[in-house]
Ligand binder design. Structure first.
Ligand code: CP
Length: 337
């Protein structure tokens, strides 16, 4: 894949070689993310960070990643503060905002909206989540995390058993991650959800075409030998009403007792976050916070590395980052990501 100038809209763009290359560049971003060094390779460049739907991690880590490469960030948050709320089209918005930026990261509640926006953009556009459709940068950081966690336990992706649990219908992160994992051999998927919130047929078709073993169930006990447990949130914002979402809230909780009863001791616990910590949902209990297998914050940390890599690649500076670096003046003792 030629990254320079490319939009990053869907995981379907990637093959295993391009993923390996992104991960190699992400590894090289460690000293900058740990604040041991700084680089100004993107000095003068501007990121348009357009988030028309709520976000904490993706929005801030895109901005942080761009700053860490020496660039500046201009942000738009919320539909109501944008002229989209006056009826302006995505195409017009893209034509205008792309002349103010060198690259754009965007989240929008409608499936396909980021690709539509990209048609009007004169600079590369990175999808930060389009409705229930895709979240490609999350899938990359999830896969990067899975590889690192498996390596820590002395295993690899070959023969991976991943259990995905919760709202698999509207959870765009599991759609994108499943499509990426389909590229690897012998992956076993256990998909646990209420029947009404099952993984979409379009994603299942990709897994089946690639020859993977897929178990669809509403029983947690089906997943006892999983290497990875990927928990998700009920995506209330995609339901017709709060009452409808409430029917499913709390159906697949995970806490220390359930984890110990149903999963083998080293099962890695992942979640794209945010987790719904309200008592009625409590999908990932705080009593797991000290469990070393809880990888949720390592996932979020890895998001900075992956997004730095994607900026460096799409702006064509991936091989120049070290030419513009120097040590930092301030105290920094961040652990390895
Ligand atoms: N994982 C994720 O997309 O989180 P945010 O909604 O906070 O960006």
């Amino acid at each position: 894949m030629n990254f320079t100038g490319a939009n990053i809209l869907s995981v379907e763009q990637f093959d295993r070689d391009s993923i390996d290359y992104i991960f190699q560049i992400a590894d090289r971003m460690q000293p900058y993310a740990r604040r041991q060094k700084r680089t100004t390779v993107l000095d003068g460049a501007i990121l348009g960070n357009l988030f028309f739907e709520p976000s904490t991690r993706t929005r801030v880590s895109f901005g942080t990643a761009f700053n860490l490469l020496g660039g500046e960030v201009r942000e738009t948050t919320g539909m109501e503060s944008s002229a989209l709320s006056k009826g302006e089209s995505l195409y017009d918005t893209a034509r205008v905002l792309s002349s103010y930026s060198d690259i754009i990261a965007m989240r929008h509640p409608k499936s396909g909206s980021v690709a539509e926006f990209a048609q009007g953009s004169r600079v590369p556009v990175i999808n930060g989540g389009d409705g229930a459709n895709e979240h490609p940068t999350q899938a990359l950081l999830d896969l990067y995390t899975i590889k690192k966690e498996l390596a820590y336990h002395g295993t690899s992706l070959n023969g991976l058993h991943i259990c995905m649990m919760g709202d698999l219908k509207f959870g765009r992160t599991v759609h994108s991650l499943s499509r990426l994992l389909a590229l690897y051999p012998n992956v076993r998927f256990t998909l646990i959800s209420p029947r009404e919130l099952a993984m979409p047929e379009s994603v299942l078709a990709v897994l089946e075409k690639a020859g993977h073993q897929v178990t669809i169930t509403d029983q947690v006990s089906e997943s006892s030998d999983a290497h990875i447990l990927y928990q998700t949130r009920i995506q209330q914002e995609r339901f017709e009403s709060v009452e409808e979402a409430n029917q499913y809230r709390g159906r697949f909780r995970l806490n220390s007792d359930i984890y110990t009863k149903h999963f083998k001791p080293n099962t890695v616990i992942m979640h794209p976050l945010p987790r719904d910590s309200r008592a009625e949902a409590n999908e990932l209990d705080n009593d797991l916070n000290q469990n070393p297998n809880l990888a949720i914050f390592r996932q979020a940390d890895n998001g900075v590395l992956i997004r730095m890599a994607l900026f460096a690649l799409t702006l064509g500076v991936a091989e120049q980052v070290e030419n513009y670096d120097r040590t930092v003046n301030w105290f920094s003792d961040k652990p390895n990501l």
